[in-house]
Design a protein around this ligand. Structure first.
Ligand code: BGC
Length: 600
């Protein structure tokens, strides 16, 4: 009870910002190697486990001597406020600091387009939109801002950037990919690493970056999530390994293997790629964190799976709900007698040292806790302004005829479409919840609100039923949020994503003389040939995030559009997959080529 009172007191002091972050591990060893030499097997094994922060408690953290916690997609505290995130962070970290060696835990999160689990955080366009900007400096700035908003709640490890070179838009994670083109992914991925990690991990606003998912997550047959990439090593290297070279060069401190397989072998057990290619050849020397329970997809018993992944190169296991204590003890502790052959101590030391090195580099031993002095930065006006710029630069105008755009403030404008006032759909998956949601899921500006911000001559009419006196119309349609395999589909026909009201609105607009623009929210290129042909103007807006004002900036011509397709836009499902890296490109069939996008 006394301890609880002291902890509460400590937490409230942090909350008030009265207590400076202090050195809580005064007697800590000077180097990771030295610290490793002081550790018992339970302490070693604890370091190798990463579990879910909402399921673990201070008691289980101490019991398992855990090395790390993660907040998976949507894993927010009961009350999703920045202060609640911070308090939960400090309370769990305090448990780790109270153990014999006082080794701070790493806290990982998927801040893949801003600190997207946290209500009120700035939500940037998903990577597919950033790819269209081709602006590495901007991507670096966005990553830096994301790092600030992550650090504000105490966390210091980001499971981003995703370096997938998505080759097939049927894949539900296409929007996490900057481009189908390895060169674009390479440039923007390295920029993101620089932005997250800053000049030094010990900086107050740096977070550890994780390049993922190694490798060819975006190259699976049919775009199947966690599927099989069937290709020779030359293509694997030139398309999918390629962006890792620049990201490793930029100093990426962590890496996550892919759930997927290469020619039938799961990446988590592939020692050739994880050790020979990645570590020995490409020189990656950071921390390898497995993906969510991915080791359980390897063949054999749980013991076999752990051994296989560990020996292949995985250092830390993301095992959200199952502590791998007994199995690891059987495999590692020479004093435990079992039928299992023991893993080489050298590999164990390497893994633990990789983990501890990151903790030293982040300066966590000196600064394990976080005060509330940066909470005000979450979703700040300055950060939102950068997100708005990113939205502007990410929009790709595919068509603009009949003087449709830009709109003017003297025109009477009708807005229609099921996504016009839907912030959740504007943000997409990985927003507040793992799958994302519709409606007012967080704080932001919808495109309808943004158009209202520009002009008072605006009405919303879902079905565009009365077009009398209307000069221009804008209809906002698109995909409903999804994440990972839930977004896999064999049908990308936009017509199938339109609501009955959307269809009526389009019908009414087609029957009128009112020039209209379609704004599409989607995580990928879609089969929209009819909608494009029938409309006067068409904008691929991707998943722009919370700052709808950036869309209005382009609609009203305050800025000329500069976004260029980072994916080839197909005309029919039969053309998929179609990529600028194909041998037959550009003579291949498609609607718009890679790099397409018009200005005013
Ligand atoms: C995803 C990873 C993510 C992890 C942790 C997995 O399902 O594949 O990209 O980092 O969850 O949330």
């Amino acid at each position: 009870m006394k301890k609880i009172i002291i902890l509460c007191l400590l937490l409230s002091l942090f909350s008030c910002g009265l207590l400076e972050e202090t050195n809580s591990s005064p007697d800590i060893a000077d180097t990771p190697e030295e610290l490793y030499n002081q550790m018992t097997y339970p302490e070693v094994i604890g370091q190798l486990n990463q579990m879910e922060w909402n399921t673990e408690t201070p008691t289980t953290v101490k019991q398992h001597l855990l090395g790390s916690l993660l907040a998976g997609g949507g894993s927010s505290p009961t009350s999703n406020t920045p202060q609640a995130w911070l308090d939960q962070y400090n309370s769990l970290q305090a448990a780790a600091m109270s153990t014999r060696l006082g080794i701070p835990m790493l806290f990982g999160i998927d801040a893949v387009h801003g600190n997207n689990n946290v209500y009120g955080a700035t939500i940037f366009p998903h990577n597919i939109g950033l790819g269209a900007t081709r602006d590495a400096e901007l991507v670096e700035e966005i990553a830096h801002i994301t790092a600030i908003e992550v650090r504000a709640i105490g966390f210091h490890w980001n499971f981003a950037p995703c370096l997938a070179v998505a080759q097939d838009e049927r894949w539900g994670r296409t929007y996490e990919s900057y481009s189908e083109n390895p060169q674009v992914v390479s440039e923007l991925g390295a920029a993101a690493v620089r932005g997250y990690q800053g000049t030094s991990l010990s900086d107050k606003y740096s977070v550890l970056a994780t390049i993922k998912h190694f490798v060819a997550d975006g190259g699976t047959s049919g775009g199947t999530n966690e599927g099989n990439a069937n290709m020779d090593e030359e293509i694997l290297r030139s398309t999918h390994v390629f962006p890792y070279i620049a990201a490793i060069d930029a100093g990426a401190g962590a890496l996550m293997p892919s759930f997927s397989s290469w020619n039938g072998e799961k990446m988590h057990g592939n020692d050739y790629l994880l050790t020979e290619v990645l570590k020995d050849e490409l020189g990656f020397s950071g921390l390898i964190i497995s993906d969510w329970t991915a080791h359980t997809q390897l063949p054999g018993t749980l013991h076999d799976q752990i051994r296989n992944a560990f020996v292949a190169g995985v250092d830390m296991f993301m095992t959200p709900y199952v502590f791998l204590g007994n199995e690891m003890d059987d495999l590692m502790n020479p004093n435990t007698s079992t039928s299992q052959a023991k893993i080489d101590e050298e590999r164990i030391e390497e893994a633990v040292v990789n983990i501890l090195t990151v903790k030293y580099d982040l300066n966590l031993f000196d600064n394990p806790y976080k005060d509330n002095s940066d909470l005000y930065l979450i979703g700040s006006t300055e950060h939102r302004a950068v997100a708005r710029e990113a939205v502007r630069k990410s929009l790709v105008v595919l068509k603009n005829e009949n003087g449709t755009l830009p709109l003017t403030t003297t025109q009477n404008i009708l807005v229609a479409g099921s996504k016009a006032d839907d912030l959740g759909s504007q943000c997409g998956g990985w927003t507040i919840t793992w799958q994302g949601g519709t409606g007012d899921t967080t704080i932001g500006t919808t495109v309808l609100e943004a158009i209202h911000n520009k002009s008072s001559n605006v009405i919303y009419n879902a079905t565009a039923s009365n077009l009398t006196g209307i000069d221009r119309a804008a209809i906002v349609v698109g995909e409903t949020p999804y994440a990972e395999g839930d977004g896999d589909t064999s049908n990308l026909d936009l017509t199938t994503r339109l609501t009955a009201q959307d269809k009526t609105a389009i019908k009414n607009l087609n029957a009128s003389n009112v020039p209209y623009v379609v704004i599409l929210f989607s995580g990928r290129a879609m089969i929209a040939s009819d909608e494009i042909a029938n409309s006067d103007a068409f904008i691929a807006a991707w998943l722009p995030g919370t700052e709808g004002d950036g869309i209005a900036d382009i609609l009203f011509g305050d800025y000329s559009p500069t976004g260029k397709l980072s994916f080839t836009w197909p005309d029919s499902m039969a053309q998929i997959p179609v990529n600028s890296t194909d041998d037959t490109y550009p003579s291949t069939e498609y609607l718009y080529p890679f790099g397409y996008g018009i200005s005013y």
